[in-house]
Design a protein around this ligand. Structure first.
Ligand SMILES: NC(=O)c1ccc[n+]([C@@H]2O[C@H](COP(=O)([O-])OP(=O)(O)OC[C@H]3O[C@@H](n4cnc5c(N)ncnc54)[C@H](O)[C@@H]3O)[C@@H](O)[C@H]2O)c1
Ligand SMILES: N/C(=C\C=C\C=O)C(=O)O
Length: 488
């Protein structure tokens, strides 16, 4: 149902305090386009204060906590997010317009999980020690110790705001670092709310800081001489700019970027399963998931059936107000992004696409017409080399492309500058074990999509990412190691 919007104030969160600057920007409700909040832009002074607070916290009570005490505090953060589930749900939905059914099953539960899972895995992870024979026969041993990397700049995107920000802040804090977070200007609410949780839990001031603004505020963090590492999730082109910015101060960087992930339906796939999972991988979160599939190669023998069944699934998606239980399809996050997606809908037709379904924006004849809506869209008739099938659109759209044999489709799947994710469907176990290792992607799902075990390495190759986070893999970024060689 329509929501009465009360415009909220979103200050920065620095050294345990909310800080207004008076220089605000509007945050819009994508369902109707109404202003739902005013966020306070952080300038250099606020960024400097946040970095200084984070630096000071490393040598204060936070830096003196035992590992067990720190891990327990990180787990308390998870518990507090769960206690305030509805507050985070409301904040996330106001920023993104996504259905409650998505935010309550994907975004918010991962907010808690991202703290809890990393607290445990990082506590349990052993380091290493080697007995070493020396020429004099007396021997030595080498042992590795880990310490926090220091002040971490966290720069996060708008598609899964709480999930992706906490996927960084969770391990960062579990490893003893402090953070300065710059959430997307489009979706600043949940990062702001998390400041209240940090204070409720008793996380020392300065450990968690949030500064609001656009790319220029982000650039103040990436170029800051007193920031030790940057973890970024966002567009590949932004990632390049960030790597340029960190170069003069040689900051360690963990980069999660764009993708154009292939889906493959082999002739021996379970089509019921494939349609169910492709409906998610193409349209979940209105297609705004970096791991989603915007190009799906379908064996020619099942092409027509997959096309017709995916069309039916797309046309059964229910646009609606977020709190309507039936709603499983929302707007995209902003008018700007809507216009980008619609420009690709236009391009697809110029490139010869047949529009199987969608191809434009819905008309509601109610306040939703002020929002950022597009139709779920399926194309056939596009070539693998078309821009539509090669460039990341980040919307609810997919090009279905037929193929005839396995070697051909592997080449097509890998023919991209990206390498983030892939998903394919086959009931042939030999084929599964033959094909999966040949796919050039950091994350490969077989007969499934977006199943997430937080112990696994997460990240992309080629221009989709640098480094891996998740499980103990995050240790390489969130800690520095020293090898200590002790002679007997
Ligand atoms: N690989 C992954 O895990 C993953 C996950 C989610 C989204 N993404 C990608 O993110 C993109 C969508 O998110 P987006 O539009 O917010 O991305 P974006 O790159 O536009 O912005 C991401 C963040 O970077 C900030 N930023 C922009 N310019 C900056 C600069 N010069 N210096 C420092 N910070 C800067 C933004 O303010 C925002 O907070 C898509 O390309 C999607 O593929 C990747
Ligand atoms: N990083 C993760 C998801 C990324 C989704 C991209 O939109 C995750 O599940 O941990």
């Amino acid at each position: 149902m329509r929501k009465e919007i009360t415009v909220r104030d979103l200050p920065n969160f620095i050294n345990g305090q909310y800080v207004e600057t008076g220089n605000t920007f509007d945050v819009l409700y994508p369902i109707t386009g109404e202003v739902t909040a005013k966020a306070h832009t952080a300038g250099q002074a606020e960024v400097d204060a946040a970095v200084a607070a984070a630096r000071a916290a490393l040598s204060g009570p936070w830096g003196q906590l035992t590992t067990n005490a720190r891990v327990e505090m990180v787990k308390d953060i998870a518990a507090a997010i769960r206690r305030r589930f509805d507050d985070f749900l409301e904040a996330e939905v106001l920023d993104t317009g996504k259905p409650y059914s998505v935010a309550s099953h994907v975004d918010i539960p991962r907010g808690g999980a991202n703290f809890e899972s990393f607290a445990e895995s990082l506590r349990e992870h052993a380091t290493e020690m080697f007995q070493f024979d020396t020429p004099d026969g007396r021997g030595a041993h080498n042992m590795m110790i880990r310490r926090p990397r220091g002040v971490i700049g966290v720069i996060s995107p708008w598609n899964l705001p709480l999930l992706l920000m906490t996927f960084k802040v969770g391990p960062a804090l579990a490893c003893g670092n402090t953070v300065v977070v710059k959430p997307s200007e489009v979706t600043p609410s949940t990062a702001t709310l998390l400041g209240e949780v940090m204070n409720e839990v008793g996380v020392p001031e300065g450990v968690y800081n949030v500064v609001h603004g656009y790319g220029d505020t982000g650039a103040m963090i990436t170029s800051h001489p007193d920031v030790d590492g940057i973890t970024f999730t966002g567009e590949t082109v932004t990632g390049s700019k960030i790597l340029e910015a960190v170069a003069p101060t040689l900051k360690a960087s963990s980069m999660e970027m764009g993708g154009k992930n292939p889906g493959i339906v082999f002739e021996d796939a379970d089509l019921d399963l494939a349609i169910k999972e492709l409906t998610r991988s193409c349209f979940l979160n209105t297609g705004q998931v970096c791991l989603g599939t915007e190009r799906v190669y379908v064996h020619e023998s099942v092409f027509d059936e997959v096309r017709d069944r995916l069309k039916e699934a797309a046309e059964n998606l229910h646009y609606g107000f977020p709190d309507d239980e039936a709603t499983n399809f929302g707007p995209v996050v902003s008018d700007e992004h809507r216009d980008k997606v619609l420009s690709y809908y236009k391009l697809a037709e110029e490139e010869g696409a047949t529009v199987v379904t969608g191809g434009g924006a819905p008309k509601f004849d109610d306040e939703r017409d002020g929002g950022s809506w597009v139709q779920p869209t399926i194309w056939t008739g596009l070539s693998h080399d078309s821009r539509t099938a090669r460039e990341e659109i980040f919307g609810p759209c997919v090009a279905l492309i037929p193929f005839t044999d396995e070697d051909e489709v592997i080449k097509l799947a890998n023919d991209t500058k990206y390498g983030l994710a892939a998903t394919f469907f086959s009931q042939d176990v030999s084929r599964v074990h033959r094909v999966a290792p040949q796919l050039e992607a950091g994350i490969i799902w077989v007969n499934s999509w977006f199943l997430r075990d937080l112990r696994t390495a997460f990240g992309g190759m080629k221009q989709s990412g640098i480094g891996r986070e998740g499980g103990v893999h995050g240790l390489e970024f969130y800690t520095e190691t020293s090898n200590i060689c002790i002679k007997y």
